[in-house]
Design a binder for this molecule. Structure first.
Ligand code: ATP
Length: 427
């Protein structure tokens, strides 16, 4: 209470002084009042009007060009190896503010110094290599996305087996508008705002969204239904709004909703009758408002994944919201072969292992099942002999016998049928 009174007295005093400043400035040299804040909405509206703080300048997160300039500035006294390309480093640092970039330069220099002091060669100059920047980047994250996102994705399109056409569609819908924004603007094409991925669990929906973010070098914000359901009223909506706000600030960004059916469930009956909207309804209306607000923003694409597309509210599937709906099917034999190849890349396989044959025999196995199968084959080899040097056909056989596919034929057929009736634009 005392604090409130004090605050309003200070605001009152500031208003009087600023109004007085106008009269004074006719006789005296002009006085300009400059104020800065990172919580603009917390400022008393009386101060934010012409005659007082007349103009407001929003200092946004630096663009890639600006990041390059900042990096040049902070590394001007550092000796960079000729392979170091600051333009590439600036490209990696989406969402980084000036302070983050300064910390990145400091960290890269520290790592180079450590490397130099560990080496036995004397009299070498401290030179920053591209590796130092790469390691520094894994240590220093964008402060803007702290608390709303987890690790920046590192999966690439090559880490996903099969789904060739789907990957191409996602590249065009998600990667192109971000990477070739100028071409879209030149032709006046408005990019897709939201993409809904649906299909059985474990078939790489999340991995696809991460790969898209990684390929587009976009900030990745991921929210799941469970995170948004809070026991405190309004907390989930606040997290949703905060995520969109941060995504706007650090664009290009991708916002990914896992378990979208929990975030935007079908509304039952006329809402608002009891004046008591459920958490799901409140989250949905916040999401709709935020997605409509994206019309003015560029470089933000919303991706969502669900196993139950029919449980999602139809309002979300209208054009302008999730206007692209893609079915992520379970892998076919060729896809399974590629997935097995990906997940055995780092494994020592015996010559008798035929991944193509295993792929033929694992119908109804999802990508996640196949990943588990490779792990299980490795474990079988270890169980047999802890000093084993490679994994053989027999170990894969044992793994196939011990595992069951997580899908059933009926489920797959039902899902595929639902995909045909998918809403909005089919691509
Ligand atoms: P859920 O609906 O349960 O969230 P999901 O469809 O989002 O599942 P992911 O989380 O992307 O599935 O995949 C689970 C695991 O399976 C990942 O670790 C991924 O490596 C592996 N996986 C799934 N599909 C593929 C694929 N096509 N290629 C390579 N790995 C795959």
């Amino acid at each position: 209470m005392i604090k409130r009174e004090q605050e309003s007295r200070i605001v009152g005093q500031l208003l009087t002084l600023m109004d007085g400043n106008k009269k004074l400035s006719k006789k005296l040299p002009h006085v300009v009042v400059v104020a800065s804040t990172n919580r603009v909405d917390a400022i008393d509206p009386a101060l934010r009007r012409p005659g007082r703080f007349d103009s407001e300048i929003e200092v946004t997160v630096p663009t890639v060009e600006e990041r390059l300039q900042i990096l040049k500035l902070y590394s001007k006294n550092l000796h960079l190896d000729e392979n170091v390309d600051l333009q590439i480093i600036a490209g990696w640092c989406n969402g980084y503010v000036g302070a983050d970039l300064e910390a990145l330069c400091r960290e890269a220099a520290r790592l180079a110094y450590r490397r130099l002091s560990n080496s036995s060669e004397d009299g070498k100059v401290l030179t920053l290599l591209m590796e130092d920047w790469e390691s520094a980047r894994s240590q220093i994250k964008a402060s803007m996305i702290r608390g709303v996102t987890k690790e920046a994705p590192t999966v690439s399109w090559d880490d996903i087996g099969g789904l060739k056409d789907l990957k191409k569609k996602l590249q065009q819908a998600v990667e192109w508008p971000i990477k070739h924004a100028a071409a879209f603007a030149r032709l006046g094409i408005s990019p897709v705002r939201g993409v809904l991925l649906h299909g059985p669990p474990g078939c790489s929906k999340t991995t696809l969204a991460k790969a898209a973010a990684h390929a587009a070098q976009a900030s990745f914000f991921s929210l799941s239904g469970a995170e948004l359901y809070s026991k405190y009223v309004g907390e989930g909506e606040a997290l949703l709004r905060r995520t969109f706000q941060r995504a706007r600030l650090s664009s290009p960004s991708i916002i990914f909703f896992d378990e979208a059916d929990a975030i935007a469930p079908k509304r039952t009956g006329p809402s608002g009758d009891s004046g008591n909207a459920t958490v799901g309804e409140r989250l949905l209306s916040t999401l709709l408002t935020e997605m409509d607000g994206l019309e003015l923003a560029t470089g933000i694409i919303v991706l969502a994944a669900t196993n139950r597309p029919k449980a999602i509210d139809a309002a979300l599937l209208r054009p302008g919201r999730f206007d692209m709906v893609l079915y992520v099917p379970p892998p076919d034999a060729q896809g399974r072969h590629e997935i097995l190849r990906i997940h055995t890349r780092k494994m020592k396989l015996g010559e008798d292992v035929d991944l193509g044959e295993i792929a033929e025999r694992t119908e109804l196995f999802t990508g996640a099942d196949l990943e588990g199968l490779c792990r299980e084959a490795g474990m079988a080899a270890l169980r047999e002999d802890l000093s084993a040097s490679s994994i053989h056909k027999a170990h894969f056989e044992a793994a196939i016998r011990s595992l069951r596919p997580s899908l059933t034929k009926t489920e797959v057929d039902e899902d595929a049928a639902a995909a045909i009736h998918g809403p909005a634009r089919k691509n």
